[in-house]
Design a binder for this molecule. Structure first.
Ligand code: HEC
Ligand code: HEC
Ligand code: HEC
Length: 427
């Protein structure tokens, strides 16, 4: 073959590949609906949609701190840069006011916006894709019934080449498996309902499952624990690190109230999840608990650790100054007698955070404390970030780790504190 023929063939092949790629990435725009032609919905669909939005934690990402509900603009940090969540109110210019139900459904199921642009999977449509048409209808009815709020969303700040949206189509080929989940006839109706909600709108795995370098969930390690906003989301399967096994009832109580007397409080990003689930239907939350409990082999009530486990031997090397800080600043709430005071603090031997292989959550809790979102007096712990030095916090974390978990000290605690402080300083 002559050189010209070779060049010609290579160029033709490239053009065909690029055109095929574009054809495959391309999605048509869906015609806008006019603001006057806003569809009417019955109250039942709207109410159901409101509950599903709570289960989907939509407000957490789509509401900016201090901003109007669902008006978007919250920044979502990702390893590839910052993405801003959209305005979900029916404003025709800056929200979804001109979106038909078909366009909304396509966004939820396929991650494509009304105009046909690829959406980034920071929007967890790899889970929402499992939602039924009825549930999409209810969610659409709910969002279209909200008062429109004008709120222009800042442009994403993504590194090259991730700022090129069509690339997301390749990501989907690898990590988006669409379609409804086939019911498992060998399991109860509750379990199937729970799985539908947890795997779908609840998107629990988006934090509790580890991700690969491309940001896809590692399905073969589902629920072995992941990361979220500077916190570790602990395992929910058989590799559970909680001081106690979780029963269905314990999970249902924790998920709907944000606290359980044998497991402690939902802190960090989990607090937003439980705050929303607390307003969702009790039956749905119970079904989710049935499914989650089954992941770790439910029903085993035997505590993994004895509640009052105190390994004074392991902690004997602690500096007297640190023991004094613990006794003065921590022990009045976290006592070893297994009694829960008004702050709702538990003996630390029950804490999941101190049993985790990394100090992350313990450091976050000591720095930021726990602010209850409940009007009826939920768990409260003060923030110690301004009271203790990094060195004291690191030593305290190691002290509670060795004293109450019976496990070897953590590594890199100082680096973790620096990282958490830096993250906390961001707007
Ligand atoms: C973990 C954060 C997160 C959660 C939870 C979340 N979203 Fe989003 N959503 C996003 C982000 C980020 C975008 C913008 C993606 C982009 O720009 O490509 C988005 C975009 C969307 C869009 C496309 C809007 C547009 O104008 O392009 C819709 C529709 C949407 N979300 C609906 C929902 C609904 C309904 C829920 C709850 C069931 C929900 N989202 C929960 C982060 C989230
Ligand atoms: C935005 C991220 C995120 C989402 C979404 C999320 N979680 Fe969590 N979850 C966390 C983090 C972080 C923790 C650790 C909180 C702590 O230390 O108090 C946690 C803790 C938990 C715990 C306590 C585990 C233990 O052993 O102590 C349970 C149970 C749990 N989550 C269940 C769920 C369920 C069910 C869902 C879905 C409805 C869910 N989570 C969705 C981040 C998340
Ligand atoms: C005003 C009471 C109060 C004080 C003081 C307090 N805590 Fe807490 N702490 C709580 C509550 C409430 C929780 C949530 C329930 C639980 O897990 O015990 C908590 C949780 C924790 C957790 C577990 C987090 C998890 O998700 O597993 C750790 C670790 C912790 N505290 C360490 C400390 C340390 C170290 C000090 C002293 C510097 C301290 N606390 C002081 C009330 C307090």
């Amino acid at each position: 073959m002559s050189f010209r023929r070779v060049v010609y063939t290579v160029v033709t092949v490239c053009v065909v590949v690029v055109l095929a790629g574009l054809a495959w990435v391309w999605r048509p725009a869906i015609s806008p609906i006019s603001a006057n032609a806003k569809p009417a919905f019955d109250r039942k669909a709207i109410n159901r949609g409101a509950e599903l939005a709570l289960i989907g934690n939509c407000s957490d990402c789509h509401t900016k701190e201090g901003g109007a509900a669902y008006a978007g603009g919250r920044s979502i940090p990702t390893p590839f840069g910052t993405i801003y969540a959209s305005n979900l109110t029916p404003d025709p210019d800056t929200g979804i006011g001109t979106w038909s139900e078909e366009a909304f459904g396509r966004a939820m199921h396929e991650g494509v916006d009304r105009e046909g642009r690829q959406l980034y999977p920071a929007f967890p449509y790899d889970h929402f894709t499992h939602a039924t048409k009825d549930d999409i209808h209810a969610l659409y009815a709910y969002f279209m019934s909200l008062t429109p709020v004008r709120s222009t969303i800042p442009a994403n700040e993504l590194n090259f080449p991730f700022n090129y949206r069509p690339l997301v189509a390749g990501w989907k080929l690898l990590f988006l498996s669409r379609g409804n989940l086939a019911p498992d006839a060998s399991k109860s109706a509750d379990w199937n309902r729970g799985r539908y909600l947890v795997e779908g709108l609840g998107h629990c795995g988006s934090c509790h499952t580890p991700r690969n370098a491309l940001g896809g969930e590692k399905k073969d390690s589902a629920y072995t624990g992941g990361v979220a906003e500077g916190w570790n989301a602990p395992p929910l399967n058989a590799s559970l690190v909680a001081g106690h096994h979780w029963t269905v009832d314990q999970l249902a109580e924790y998920l709907s109230s944000g606290w359980h007397q044998l497991h402690g409080a939902a802190a960090g990003p989990m607090a937003d999840v439980t705050k929303n689930l607390g307003q969702a239907s009790k039956e749905d939350v119970h079904a989710m608990a049935v499914y989650i409990a089954s992941l770790s082999g439910a029903g085993n009530e035997t505590p993994k650790a004895s509640p009052a486990l105190v390994d004074a031997g392991n902690a004997a090397n602690a500096r007297p100054e640190i023991v004094a800080i613990y006794n003065g600043a921590c022990a009045k709430c976290h006592n070893d007698r297994n009694t829960v005071g008004p702050s709702k603090a538990l003996p630390l031997s029950l804490s999941t955070a101190i049993h985790q292989p990394e100090a992350t959550n313990t450091v976050q809790v000591i720095l930021n404390g726990i602010q209850s979102y409940r009007a009826d007096g939920g768990p409260y712990m003060p923030a110690f970030d301004g009271m203790l030095t990094d060195d004291q916090i690191a030593a305290l974390a190691q002290y509670v780790r060795t004293r109450y978990s019976g496990q070897p000290p953590w590594t890199d605690v100082r680096a973790m504190i620096a990282k958490a402080r830096q993250q906390g300083a961001q707007p």
